[in-house]
Design a protein around this ligand. Structure first.
Ligand code: CP
Length: 292
């Protein structure tokens, strides 16, 4: 694996190895230390979890972290993404973590010699989120095959839905979608009725309604929660072993009732915690596979 920009960069075997490695790191298996390498985190879109969990993971590995700030960089003078990244390579960066609002931004970066980890591209993919989600599912079920997974929310705009749908499907899970028709992505599948499928669900994954991508359209929050969100009544119908996931940030009271965010079946904050270990595992693999 030279880069990790989409989940197809990984075989099923490599995905399983990353999940097992992240679980081992969480059980206190020390990551290797590489204080001779430099990594830059370039976040052209806002982020709390991805940016800072990569940063903490990098520091656990003792990498030298360049905190690239888009707002004070020469991006604001019109420097292109490629020129910015090539400059960082020439300055001595060994590895880049990039989030960008443009789908497939990484196709502009073929001239780089250093590896890129995708921290999310527009509505394209979010591989490190997908892998931490897989780790969290694996911790509960120790398998993916045969699981019933319901992803509810803004499917069309969600890079998490895209990465998780394709990956969980190829790992043998059944993935279905819930949400209003205007949130559907015909390339991924039809919306199903939440209440008709709730009883069989092992994993109920909620997605943020991306208000910023819906323009000026008025949004009836109470209607959305009642029809497409996780209410207390729906939560009570979930199987005992079911888990509730959300990549966050959460719109409390929109896609999930406020009081359910930390309910017993919710693993939402565990996902964030797991993100640090999974990102350590990803960094280790990129460093190893590229012989850095
Ligand atoms: N889940 C996720 O990508 O969160 P951030 O946007 O805060 O990184």
């Amino acid at each position: 694996m030279k880069h990790l920009v989409k989940m197809d960069d990984l075989s099923n075997e490599e995905i399983h190895q990353l999940v097992l490695r992240a679980v081992a790191l969480k059980r206190d298996k020390s990551p290797f230390k590489r204080n001779d390498l430099f990594v830059a985190n370039l976040f052209f879109e806002n982020s709390t979890r991805t940016k800072h969990s990569f940063e903490i993971a990098e520091k656990h590995l003792q990498l030298n972290v360049i905190d690239f700030d888009v707002q004070t960089s020469s991006v604001n003078k019109g420097e292109s993404l490629y020129d910015t990244c090539k400059t960082l390579e020439m300055l001595g960066c060994n590895l880049l973590v990039i989030r960008h609002s443009e789908n497939n931004y990484f196709r502009q970066l073929n001239g780089l010699s250093i590896p890129v980890i995708n921290g999310g591209d527009g509505s394209g993919e979010h591989p490190s989120q997908c892998l931490l989600d897989l780790m969290t599912i694996y911790e509960k079920f120790e398998r993916f095959e045969g699981l019933n997974i319901l992803i509810a929310g803004d499917i069309k705009n969600s890079r998490v839905a895209r990465s998780n749908y394709h990956t969980l499907t190829r790992l043998g899970a059944k993935v279905q979608f819930v949400g209003p028709q205007e949130f559907a992505d015909p390339g991924l599948g039809e919306m199903v009725d939440f209440d008709q499928h709730l009883d069989d669900v092992d994993v109920c994954m909620l997605l943020r309604v991306q208000h910023e991508r819906h323009g000026e359209t008025l949004f009836d929050v109470a209607h959305y929660l009642q029809h497409y969100g996780l209410t207390e009544a729906r939560y009570q119908r979930l199987k005992d072993h079911a888990i509730v996931m959300h990549p966050a940030p959460v719109n409390r009271g929109v896609e999930i009732a406020d009081e359910l965010v930390e309910a017993e079946k919710s693993v939402i904050f565990r996902q964030m915690h797991n993100g640090v270990f999974m990102r350590q595992a990803i960094l280790e693999k990129i460093i190893h596979d590229n012989q850095l």
